[in-house]
Design a protein around this ligand. Structure first.
Ligand SMILES: NC(=O)c1ccc[n+]([C@@H]2O[C@H](COP(=O)([O-])OP(=O)(O)OC[C@H]3O[C@@H](n4cnc5c(N)ncnc54)[C@H](O)[C@@H]3O)[C@@H](O)[C@H]2O)c1
Ligand SMILES: O=P(O)(O)OC[C@H](O)CO
Length: 336
């Protein structure tokens, strides 16, 4: 793609997979990571063994631990760090940020404390560049994108022209990018599905059946939609790639860190043991606490989120949590 340059910031699983996709497409791409040992390994072995083992990295990809080098003359900055590190990354890039640069956020989460979505964090740090913010979300495991497995994803943001530029940048014959102007819905769908994925994993860890998981995922979609509507999102977005799509891929996949975390917790492991064993970001843990607080503040009913919050943070056992959900007051089904 001509003279376009992209800086991918964060050399974990997703940053590695996306930068590799762009480099394979012929885009001048620099992958920046804060860990010099990981960067060195990528350049030497053409593999990121900790975060994306088994995926061959294109010789066209430049990995570098110097942020200024990565940002210089970049048209697009792709932020691929956990949501709790997004503000910190923005503070680091702020001195270099240019009015024409487009920021593509890929983090799926809500900031703890402020309870802000990533777009709002961006606007706090770089208020004069609000329209340069976009987000890429949807069902996309790095392990599969890294192997060229057909994937569909969605981009959202404020400026329709910028969404089209990001759509054009990432689209390949195996990576299909849609646009959706419901930024609130796209951000919340991608973030809140992780809560339901952990709960789904807990059902598996407890040795329960497909009926239970299907019930949990369906009721989970309804409650995350309910919170989304309250915050101004469109209901339909939760039926799309960043809602149902991402829930489907996360709540039962062997690749999902959130689902795997749930399995370990259902099997009786503590939260600390679980995080140590997975050794990569499990976004849904902190998102559960943030969503629980948001739901309380706004008076939105989110029984699965509340039960998971109690299991993760107050010592309720997974079985007690499930029993509580099954024996709640009787309801109508479609209570958005
Ligand atoms: N892995 C996937 O399949 C996938 C797909 C779509 C979206 N995402 C989202 O992308 C985000 C990143 O996930 P990931 O899978 O790459 O996580 P990861 O745990 O694999 O990697 C995180 C990377 O961020 C770096 N990092 C952490 N804090 C940092 C900071 N303050 N400054 C700079 N770098 C920092 C770490 O060193 C690591 O390289 C998450 O929000 C996740 O939900 C992941
Ligand atoms: O591995 P997970 O659970 O963080 O999920 C990764 C992506 O969000 C899937 O779309």
């Amino acid at each position: 793609m001509g003279s376009i340059k992209v800086a991918v910031l964060g050399a974990g699983s997703w940053g590695t997979a996306l930068s590799n996709l762009l480099a394979q497409k012929g885009v001048n791409t620099v992958l920046w990571g804060r860990d010099a040992a990981v960067i060195e390994e990528i350049n030497r072995e053409r593999e990121n063994k900790r975060y994306l083992p088994g995926v061959k990295i294109s010789h066209e990809l430049i990995a570098n631990a110097d942020l200024e080098f990565a940002l210089k003359d970049a048209n697009f900055l792709v932020a691929a760090v956990p949501s709790q590190a997004f503000r910190d990354l923005l503070q680091k890039i702020k001195p270099y940020f240019k009015p024409e640069q487009i920021l593509v956020n890929t983090a799926k989460g809500i900031e703890e404390g402020s309870l802000l979505r990533m777009s709002a964090v961006f606007t706090e740090v770089l208020p004069e560049h609000r329209d340069n913010y976009t987000i890429l979300s949807g069902p996309s495991h790095a392990e599969e994108v890294g192997r060229g497995i057909p994937t569909a994803i969605v981009v959202s943001g404020y400026s329709p022209e910028k969404l089209q530029e990001v759509q054009e940048l990432f689209s390949t014959e195996y990576f299909r990018v849609y646009t959706n102007d419901d930024l609130t819905g796209v951000e919340l769908g991608g973030s809140l599905k992780n809560i339901i994925a952990i709960a789904s994993g807990i059902c598996t860890g407890l040795g329960l059946g497909d009926n239970t998981r299907a019930a949990l995922v369906t009721r989970g979609l309804i409650e995350i939609t309910r919170l989304g509507i309250k915050l101004g999102a469109r209901k339909e977005t939760f039926m799309g790639l960043s809602g149902l799509g991402d829930l489907f891929v996360t709540a039962g996949s062997r690749h999902s860190r959130n689902y795997k975390a749930g399995i370990l917790i259902g099997e009786g492991k503590s939260l600390e043991e679980t995080q140590k064993e997975i050794n990569m970001v499990v976004e849904g843990i902190r998102t559960t606490r943030a969503a629980y607080q948001l739901a309380k503040r706004l008076g939105v009913e989110m029984p699965i989120t509340e039960a998971l919050y109690k299991v993760l943070f107050t010592g309720l056992s997974p079985r007690e949590g499930l029993f509580g959900l099954m024996t709640r007051a009787k309801k109508e089904e479609l209570n958005f």
